[in-house]
Design a protein around this ligand. Structure first.
Ligand code: NAP
Length: 327
C-alpha cells in the first residue's frame, strides 16, 4: 500500500484500521477473531491502528497491547482521552483538564504496554476547559517523550487554530464519508491552511455505505446504531436510497460499495487518511483492496452529485452527542 504523512511527523499506509468495534458499539465481539484480524492487517501492510481509552473501558487498548508485543516498531498507534464513561453505558462526561490528560496518558501507556504513543488525541473537548490548558498538557507529554504527535477529534476550525498556536497539531480526526461531509466547510480548509492531516473516521458510514445494512432489526440490542438518528425509522429508508448510487457505481466497476466509499475519500486529497473499522478478516481484506480502486473525475462528480453535503437524513449523533462535536 502507498503511504501518507500525518502532519509531516508520522508516515503510515494510506488505509488504516479502526479498532473500536473489536470492543463494543457494533454487536458481539470475539478477542481471538479480533487478534487474527489485527495480525492479517499487518500482513497486508496496514500500519495505522486507531483506538481510544474509552472503547470497551480500556479493553480495546489492552487488546492492541496483546497484538503489539514484538512488533511495536512496525505499528503506528493512535489513541485518545477525554471521554469518561462507565463500562457498557453510552452516557459520558468529558474531562480535558491538564491533570486528567497526564493521568489518562499514563493509563493508556500501561494498557498498550508501550513507552510512547505515536498519535495522542483529545477525543472530545470540554468547552469549560480552555483548549490552551489541554494542548499545553499534551505538549508536555511530547516534551517528556511519552507522545510523538498530537491530534484533536471533532474540533471546530476556530478552536483548532487556537490549539495549533500552543503546539503543532498533526491530525484532526472527524467523521468524514460520502454521507458526512460537514467538515468540508470549515474544518478541512483550516487543516489545509495549517498543514494538518484529516483522519476520516466512520469512513464506511458505520457500515451503511457498504450496502450491508438493510434494517434496524439486524443490529444487536446494544448496537450504537439503534440510538443513531441516521438509522432511525423514516431516516433509514431515505439513507438507504442514497446508497443506491454507490451500489450502482460499484456494480459498474466490479468492486464493492464500501470500496467506492473508501476510494472516494482517498481521492479527496493526499492529506485524508481513512480508518475503516472492522473485526473481521474478510471485511479488512476488502477494505484494504480499496487502495487499488481508482475513480475517474466523472465518477467522483457523479458521487458528489448523488450524495451532496447534507444529503443524509438525520443527525449523525443524538442531541447529546451533537453537543460534543465542532467544539
Ligand atoms: N473520533 C471519534 O469520535 C470516533 C468515532 C467513531 C469511530 N472512530 C474510529 O474510527 C474507526 C472507524 O469507524 P467505525 O468503525 O465507527 O465506522 P465504519 O468504519 O464506517 O464502519 C464500521 C462498520 O462497518 C462494518 N464493515 C466494515 N467493513 C465492512 C465491509 N467491507 N463490508 C461490510 N461491512 C463492513 C463493520 O462491521 P464489523 O464490526 O462486523 O466488522 C462495522 O459495523 C473506529 O473503529 C474508531 O477507531 C472514532
Amino acid at each position: 500500500m502507498k503511504s501518507r504523512s500525518i502532519g509531516n511527523i508520522l508516515r503510515v499506509a494510506e488505509i488504516g484500521l479502526g479498532c473500536m468495534g473489536m470492543s463494543e458499539f457494533y454487536g458481539p465481539t470475539d478477542d481471538s477473531q479480533s487478534l487474527q484480524t489485527l495480525e492479517r492487517a499487518l500482513e497486508l501492510g496496514v500500519t495505522h491502528y486507531d483506538t481510544s481509552d474509552m472503547y470497551g473501558a480500556g479493553h480495546n487498548e489492552t487488546l492492541l497491547g496483546r497484538f503489539l508485543a514484538g512488533k511495536r516498531d512496525r505499528v503506528t498507534i493512535a489513541t485518545k482521552f477525554g471521554i469518561v464513561r462507565k463500562p457498557g453505558d453510552y452516557a459520558r462526561r468529558i474531562d480535558t483538564s491538564a491533570a486528567y490528560v497526564r493521568e489518562a496518558c499514563e493509563a493508556s501507556l500501561r494498557r498498550l504496554g508501550v513507552d510512547v504513543i505515536d498519535l495522542y488525541y483529545a477525543h472530545r473537548l470540554n468547552p469549560e476547559t480552555p483548549v490552551e490548558e489541554t494542548v499545553g498538557a499534551m505538549a508536555d507529554l511530547v516534551k517528556a517523550g511519552k507522545v510523538r504527535a498530537l491530534g484533536l477529534s471533532e474540533v471546530s476550525a476556530a478552536t483548532l487554530r487556537r490549539a495549533h498556536a500552543v503546539h503543532p497539531i498533526a491530525a484532526v480526526q472527524s467523521e468524514y464519508s460520502l454521507w458526512t461531509r460537514d467538515m468540508e466547510e470549515a474544518v478541512l480548509p483550516a487543516c489545509r491552511d495549517l498543514g494538518i492531516s484529516l483522519v476520516a473516521y466512520a469512513p464506511l458510514g458505520r457500515g451503511m455505505l457498504t450496502g450491508a445494512v438493510a434494517s434496524r432489526e439486524q443490529f444487536a440490542e446494544n448496537d450504537f446504531r439503534r440510538m443513531s438518528p441516521r438509522f432511525a425509522e423514516g431516516n433509514l429508508d431515505r439513507n438507504l436510497a442514497l446508497v443506491e448510487a454507490v451500489k450502482a457505481l460499484a456494480a459498474r466497476k466490479g468492486c464493492t460499495p464500501g470500496q467506492i466509499a473508501l476510494a472516494w475519500l482517498l481521492a479527496q486529497g493526499p492529506d485524508i487518511l481513512p480508518i475503516p473499522g472492522t473485526k473481521r478478516i474478510k471485511y479488512l481484506e476488502e477494505n484494504v483492496a480499496a487502495a487499488e480502486v481508482a475513480l475517474t473525475d466523472e465518477e467522483l462528480k457523479a458521487l458528489a452529485d448523488a450524495l451532496p453535503p447534507g444529503a443524509a437524513a438525520g443527525d449523525r449523533y443524538t442531541a447529546e452527542g451533537m453537543r460534543g462535536v465542532n467544539v
